[in-house]
Design a protein around this ligand. Structure first.
Ligand SMILES: [Zn+2]
Length: 257
Protein backbone atom coordinates (compact mmCIF):
# COMPACT_ATOMS: atom_id res chain seq x y z
CA UNK A 1 0.00 0.00 0.00
CA UNK A 2 1.16 3.51 -0.76
CA UNK A 3 -0.22 5.40 2.20
CA UNK A 4 1.11 8.75 1.00
CA UNK A 5 -1.25 8.93 -1.98
CA UNK A 6 -4.91 9.97 -1.59
CA UNK A 7 -7.31 7.12 -0.85
CA UNK A 8 -9.89 5.90 -3.36
CA UNK A 9 -12.29 5.23 -0.49
CA UNK A 10 -15.10 7.82 -0.34
CA UNK A 11 -16.22 7.62 3.27
CA UNK A 12 -19.37 9.69 2.93
CA UNK A 13 -21.24 8.55 -0.20
CA UNK A 14 -24.84 9.73 -0.60
CA UNK A 15 -27.41 7.24 0.70
CA UNK A 16 -28.81 4.85 -1.89
CA UNK A 17 -25.68 5.10 -4.07
CA UNK A 18 -24.57 2.01 -6.07
CA UNK A 19 -24.56 -1.73 -5.34
CA UNK A 20 -23.73 -2.78 -1.78
CA UNK A 21 -21.44 -5.37 -0.27
CA UNK A 22 -20.95 -6.37 3.36
CA UNK A 23 -17.69 -7.35 5.06
CA UNK A 24 -18.09 -9.52 8.14
CA UNK A 25 -15.73 -8.68 10.99
CA UNK A 26 -15.04 -11.11 13.84
CA UNK A 27 -14.57 -10.19 17.49
CA UNK A 28 -10.79 -9.98 17.13
CA UNK A 29 -11.09 -7.57 14.21
CA UNK A 30 -10.42 -10.14 11.47
CA UNK A 31 -12.19 -9.18 8.23
CA UNK A 32 -13.87 -11.74 5.97
CA UNK A 33 -11.90 -12.45 2.79
CA UNK A 34 -15.15 -13.12 0.89
CA UNK A 35 -17.60 -10.20 1.07
CA UNK A 36 -21.36 -10.77 1.05
CA UNK A 37 -21.94 -9.30 -2.40
CA UNK A 38 -25.27 -7.65 -3.08
CA UNK A 39 -26.23 -7.99 0.59
CA UNK A 40 -28.66 -5.36 1.79
CA UNK A 41 -27.11 -3.61 4.78
CA UNK A 42 -28.90 -4.01 8.09
CA UNK A 43 -29.71 -1.23 10.51
CA UNK A 44 -26.73 -2.09 12.74
CA UNK A 45 -24.17 -2.40 9.91
CA UNK A 46 -21.47 0.25 9.71
CA UNK A 47 -20.80 2.22 6.54
CA UNK A 48 -17.20 1.83 5.34
CA UNK A 49 -17.59 3.85 2.14
CA UNK A 50 -17.73 3.82 -1.64
CA UNK A 51 -14.83 1.93 -3.22
CA UNK A 52 -14.51 0.76 -6.83
CA UNK A 53 -18.19 1.51 -7.52
CA UNK A 54 -19.48 -0.51 -4.55
CA UNK A 55 -20.80 0.83 -1.24
CA UNK A 56 -19.14 -1.26 1.48
CA UNK A 57 -20.55 -1.97 4.92
CA UNK A 58 -19.04 -3.83 7.87
CA UNK A 59 -20.99 -6.22 10.09
CA UNK A 60 -19.96 -7.66 13.43
CA UNK A 61 -20.12 -11.46 13.17
CA UNK A 62 -19.14 -13.90 15.88
CA UNK A 63 -18.40 -16.51 13.24
CA UNK A 64 -17.95 -15.01 9.74
CA UNK A 65 -19.08 -17.24 6.88
CA UNK A 66 -15.67 -17.03 5.15
CA UNK A 67 -12.08 -17.10 6.41
CA UNK A 68 -10.80 -13.80 7.77
CA UNK A 69 -7.71 -11.76 7.12
CA UNK A 70 -6.12 -8.96 9.08
CA UNK A 71 -4.39 -5.75 8.20
CA UNK A 72 -0.92 -7.31 8.42
CA UNK A 73 -1.78 -9.69 5.58
CA UNK A 74 -4.16 -7.44 3.65
CA UNK A 75 -3.19 -3.84 4.30
CA UNK A 76 -5.98 -1.95 2.58
CA UNK A 77 -8.26 0.89 3.60
CA UNK A 78 -11.26 -1.43 3.45
CA UNK A 79 -9.81 -3.93 5.92
CA UNK A 80 -8.42 -1.24 8.23
CA UNK A 81 -11.63 0.80 8.27
CA UNK A 82 -14.01 -2.15 8.65
CA UNK A 83 -11.96 -3.68 11.45
CA UNK A 84 -11.48 -0.41 13.32
CA UNK A 85 -15.11 0.73 13.13
CA UNK A 86 -16.65 -2.61 14.11
CA UNK A 87 -14.38 -2.97 17.14
CA UNK A 88 -15.10 0.60 18.17
CA UNK A 89 -18.84 -0.07 18.20
CA UNK A 90 -18.34 -3.45 19.90
CA UNK A 91 -16.60 -1.61 22.74
CA UNK A 92 -19.87 0.33 23.14
CA UNK A 93 -18.24 3.44 24.55
CA UNK A 94 -20.10 5.30 27.25
CA UNK A 95 -20.64 9.02 26.82
CA UNK A 96 -17.50 11.03 27.54
CA UNK A 97 -19.55 13.86 29.03
CA UNK A 98 -22.14 12.17 31.28
CA UNK A 99 -21.24 8.44 31.03
CA UNK A 100 -24.73 7.71 29.68
CA UNK A 101 -25.46 4.95 27.16
CA UNK A 102 -24.63 5.70 23.51
CA UNK A 103 -25.87 4.34 20.19
CA UNK A 104 -24.63 4.23 16.63
CA UNK A 105 -25.81 7.09 14.37
CA UNK A 106 -25.02 8.37 10.84
CA UNK A 107 -24.64 4.81 9.51
CA UNK A 108 -22.10 4.03 12.20
CA UNK A 109 -19.85 7.03 11.61
CA UNK A 110 -20.69 8.48 15.03
CA UNK A 111 -22.19 7.44 18.35
CA UNK A 112 -24.60 9.62 20.23
CA UNK A 113 -25.46 9.79 23.91
CA UNK A 114 -29.08 8.96 24.74
CA UNK A 115 -28.98 11.11 27.89
CA UNK A 116 -27.24 14.36 26.94
CA UNK A 117 -27.07 14.11 23.14
CA UNK A 118 -23.27 14.45 22.88
CA UNK A 119 -21.75 13.09 19.66
CA UNK A 120 -18.81 10.68 19.98
CA UNK A 121 -16.19 10.29 17.27
CA UNK A 122 -13.88 7.41 16.49
CA UNK A 123 -10.46 8.04 18.02
CA UNK A 124 -7.00 6.99 16.97
CA UNK A 125 -4.03 6.57 19.30
CA UNK A 126 -0.95 8.23 17.80
CA UNK A 127 2.27 6.26 18.08
CA UNK A 128 5.68 7.28 16.77
CA UNK A 129 8.20 4.98 15.14
CA UNK A 130 11.66 6.33 14.52
CA UNK A 131 14.66 5.17 12.49
CA UNK A 132 17.79 6.38 14.27
CA UNK A 133 21.09 6.63 12.42
CA UNK A 134 24.51 7.83 13.53
CA UNK A 135 27.08 9.91 11.65
CA UNK A 136 28.48 6.79 9.97
CA UNK A 137 24.96 6.04 8.66
CA UNK A 138 24.56 2.98 10.85
CA UNK A 139 20.94 2.17 11.79
CA UNK A 140 19.78 1.31 15.29
CA UNK A 141 17.92 -2.00 15.35
CA UNK A 142 16.38 -3.18 18.58
CA UNK A 143 14.55 -6.19 19.95
CA UNK A 144 11.57 -5.83 22.26
CA UNK A 145 11.36 -8.13 25.24
CA UNK A 146 8.28 -9.91 23.87
CA UNK A 147 9.86 -10.70 20.49
CA UNK A 148 11.61 -13.92 19.48
CA UNK A 149 15.41 -13.83 19.46
CA UNK A 150 16.62 -12.35 16.17
CA UNK A 151 13.56 -10.24 15.46
CA UNK A 152 14.52 -6.57 15.29
CA UNK A 153 13.03 -3.25 14.27
CA UNK A 154 13.36 0.46 14.85
CA UNK A 155 12.00 1.83 18.12
CA UNK A 156 8.41 2.93 18.67
CA UNK A 157 6.01 4.09 21.34
CA UNK A 158 2.75 5.87 22.08
CA UNK A 159 2.51 9.64 22.24
CA UNK A 160 1.95 10.89 25.79
CA UNK A 161 -0.54 13.64 26.72
CA UNK A 162 0.76 17.15 26.07
CA UNK A 163 3.61 15.98 23.88
CA UNK A 164 4.53 16.77 20.27
CA UNK A 165 5.38 13.92 17.90
CA UNK A 166 9.03 14.96 17.82
CA UNK A 167 9.13 15.08 21.61
CA UNK A 168 7.63 11.59 21.71
CA UNK A 169 10.44 10.33 19.44
CA UNK A 170 13.08 11.96 21.63
CA UNK A 171 11.55 10.64 24.87
CA UNK A 172 11.18 7.08 23.60
CA UNK A 173 14.80 7.07 22.40
CA UNK A 174 16.03 8.35 25.75
CA UNK A 175 13.86 5.99 27.79
CA UNK A 176 14.39 2.81 25.80
CA UNK A 177 17.95 3.08 24.48
CA UNK A 178 19.47 6.12 26.26
CA UNK A 179 20.10 8.08 23.06
CA UNK A 180 19.74 11.86 22.57
CA UNK A 181 18.16 12.58 19.18
CA UNK A 182 18.82 15.38 16.76
CA UNK A 183 17.33 16.31 13.36
CA UNK A 184 13.99 14.55 13.88
CA UNK A 185 12.21 14.52 10.51
CA UNK A 186 8.77 13.27 9.46
CA UNK A 187 8.84 10.24 7.16
CA UNK A 188 5.21 9.15 6.66
CA UNK A 189 2.27 7.54 8.41
CA UNK A 190 0.23 4.36 8.35
CA UNK A 191 -3.00 3.26 10.00
CA UNK A 192 -2.35 0.38 12.38
CA UNK A 193 -5.69 -0.93 13.63
CA UNK A 194 -4.38 -3.00 16.56
CA UNK A 195 -6.70 -1.87 17.85
CA UNK A 196 -6.75 1.78 16.81
CA UNK A 197 -3.29 3.25 16.31
CA UNK A 198 -1.92 5.64 13.77
CA UNK A 199 1.79 5.02 13.25
CA UNK A 200 3.77 8.20 12.55
CA UNK A 201 7.18 7.47 11.11
CA UNK A 202 10.27 9.62 11.65
CA UNK A 203 13.97 9.55 10.96
CA UNK A 204 16.48 11.01 13.41
CA UNK A 205 20.20 11.42 13.94
CA UNK A 206 22.16 10.66 17.05
CA UNK A 207 25.42 12.53 17.64
CA UNK A 208 26.74 10.28 20.38
CA UNK A 209 25.90 6.62 19.70
CA UNK A 210 28.27 5.68 22.53
CA UNK A 211 25.61 6.34 25.15
CA UNK A 212 23.52 3.44 23.81
CA UNK A 213 22.11 1.39 26.66
CA UNK A 214 18.92 -0.67 26.54
CA UNK A 215 16.37 -0.20 29.31
CA UNK A 216 16.15 -3.99 29.78
CA UNK A 217 12.42 -3.59 30.24
CA UNK A 218 10.86 -2.85 26.86
CA UNK A 219 14.06 -3.24 24.83
CA UNK A 220 16.43 -6.08 25.64
CA UNK A 221 18.92 -5.80 22.77
CA UNK A 222 19.94 -2.96 20.46
CA UNK A 223 22.82 -2.34 18.08
CA UNK A 224 23.90 0.10 15.42
CA UNK A 225 24.47 -1.83 12.20
CA UNK A 226 26.00 -0.87 8.87
CA UNK A 227 24.06 -1.82 5.75
CA UNK A 228 26.59 -4.53 5.08
CA UNK A 229 26.32 -5.95 8.59
CA UNK A 230 22.54 -6.09 8.30
CA UNK A 231 22.63 -7.83 4.91
CA UNK A 232 25.12 -10.38 6.28
CA UNK A 233 22.96 -11.15 9.29
CA UNK A 234 19.86 -11.40 7.12
CA UNK A 235 21.72 -13.76 4.76
CA UNK A 236 22.77 -15.93 7.70
CA UNK A 237 19.21 -15.98 9.07
CA UNK A 238 20.39 -14.34 12.29
CA UNK A 239 17.90 -11.49 12.16
CA UNK A 240 14.37 -11.02 10.85
CA UNK A 241 12.78 -7.69 10.00
CA UNK A 242 9.16 -6.48 10.40
CA UNK A 243 6.66 -7.65 7.78
CA UNK A 244 6.54 -5.90 4.40
CA UNK A 245 3.20 -4.21 5.17
CA UNK A 246 4.55 -2.25 8.12
CA UNK A 247 5.89 1.28 8.23
CA UNK A 248 8.73 -0.06 10.38
CA UNK A 249 9.86 -2.09 7.40
CA UNK A 250 9.40 0.90 5.09
CA UNK A 251 11.71 2.96 7.31
CA UNK A 252 14.34 0.21 7.35
CA UNK A 253 14.09 -0.38 3.59
CA UNK A 254 14.34 3.33 2.88
CA UNK A 255 17.68 3.35 4.74
CA UNK A 256 18.86 0.10 3.10
CA UNK A 257 18.29 1.15 -0.52
ZN1 LIG B 1 -23.99 12.05 27.60
Amino acid sequence: MRWSVPSKLLRTPPEGEGPTSVLEVDLAGGVSTVPLEGETPREEDVLVGLFDGVVWYARAAERPTAPVTDFRRTPTELVATASALVRWHAGAPRCEVCHGPTRSVVRGQRRQCDDCGALLFYRTDPAVIVAITDEADRLLLARQRTWAVGRVSVIAGFVEPGESLEQACAREALEEVNLALDSIRYFGSQPWPFPRSLMLGFTARVNDPGTLQVDGFEIVEADFLTKRELEERLGQGKVTLPGPASIGRALIDSWRH
